[in-house]
Design a protein around this ligand. Sequence first.
Ligand code: OOB
Length: 548
Amino acid sequence: MTSTTRPDLIDGYLPPVSDAQQRYRSAGSFDEAPLWSAVERTVAATPAAPAVTDATTGTTLSYDELWSAAAARAAGLAGSGIRPGDRVVVQLNNSAAFAVTLLGLLRAGAAPVLTLPAHRISEIAHLAAGSGAVAYFTEDDRRGFDYRALARDLQSRVPTVQQVFVDGAPGPHSPLPDGDPRDCPDHTADPDSPALFLVSGGTTGLPKLIPRSHNDYAFNARRSAEITALTADDVYLAALPAAHNFPLCCPGLLGMLRVGGHTVLTPNPSPDSAFGVIEKHRVTVTALVPALAQLWCAATEWEPADLSSLRLLQVGGAKLAESDAAAIDAAFGPVVQQVFGMAEGLINYTRLDDPRDLVHRTQGRPMSEFDEVRIVDADGADVPDGTAGELLVRGPYTIRGYYRAPEHNARSFTADGYYRSGDRVRRLPSGHLAVTGRIKDTIVRGGENVAADDVEENLLAHPAIGQVAVVGVPDDALGERICAVVVPSGPRAGLDLPSVRAFLTERGLASFKLPDQLEFAGSLPVTAVGKIDKPAVLVLIGVASGES
Ligand code: OOB
């Protein structure tokens, strides 16, 4: 077996700090083995059990078949000149090909940069250049966007990308490579070196590269599987883009492959498609962003499907309103789990045995006893429980820095290694966190600071409001005025500024927090994973130009 870590893979990677790592290690936190080794154990234990199903084609691969397909892919990659330590950009929709390619790349020792299907040339070129990627794995035009054309553009902008592999009709490029599974490279890896790269989910600026090591990501999968009580009897539906940390590893696909469960991958999370998949495969666990969870909840009224197999509906990625959490529980049974996580590391879960009101009101508590969470004020001083401040974190699976990004790192990490999340949270005595907004998502109206989330949460309690984004609009008199952009839940009759202000006043909201302006929209713009995209909302209402 070969196990040399290429110097250019770890150039710009900040490894774990040794004394902390030693503490986690002596507690048995880590596999001390490549990320894929946990899958190999499952394959040996239950080779014939179903591992992944592609909901589009209906094809199911058993663990044995998945393992052998991954070996064939790894052999094909090696035959195409992909070497251990190479970075490659992956942009595939949810499919069996995603799972096979991911495992194939890991077994070949290449480090995938996991981008989302909704990313376009500016993000893909930025991530390819930033990682020094040598290849791009993508698909054809079957979903209404021609990724092969993006590939051509990418190669002209980023010359290191020498090869393009396409799932489906390759056009001028190569098909996904396969070889003889017996030629699978016999490669192992330093477990503290990067296994793969996630991309940051922020809505400002271009995404950053987040190196996750074999040890830290395996820990993420294992601890998440424990908290969700995942077993080989579970069926997980990957409905969010599988390259995102949430459906990939919280516990997601990698958690499932560890425990021997069955994962169904679908590129279409809309209820008219996903409900049928849940019924057909008796899905027990899935993960959604709040906007989708709301839609699923409403669709239980009109989509006839037996969803009784669902035991856990994880919701995260953005703030879930308390009223929505309660409505989901009412529609599906008590199945909600709130997940407050970040690609950079820290994951918080509400626990399966938490009282339902805690599940509805909070975004959970850290998954590991080793997570060190601080909540600080603007001067960096710790605030008491119950007071909102910025969440800082370090721990066994939280990165020490972005990849090849010293300037970002100087801003985003404290001198003693805490990641500054930019999230404003409050801690309850139970240790649960309530997210109250983004530090920067504050409107300064006539000298008063108004947290957009506060106003949004109150507006969502209005029965005629389905979705809302509250933004600050430049105003000569006030500096900024408060604008609520609303998607009505039904006919908008009766929904106007005076009645909305009266509703909020009735709920006890301070007068300086009342919206000054109300705009209607058919839908709100979202990011690549489906979170409301505030900068794009400003463009929608004509306040910003959309040039970044
Ligand atoms: C997840 O990861 P990212 O990297 O796409 O985004 C992280 C950011 C957090 O810093 C926070 O601002 C927001 O998304 N967020 C939430 C939230 N979950 C994430 N804000 C409020 N409530 C929540 N429940 O989004 C992510 C990664 C793993 C699991 C779940 C979500």
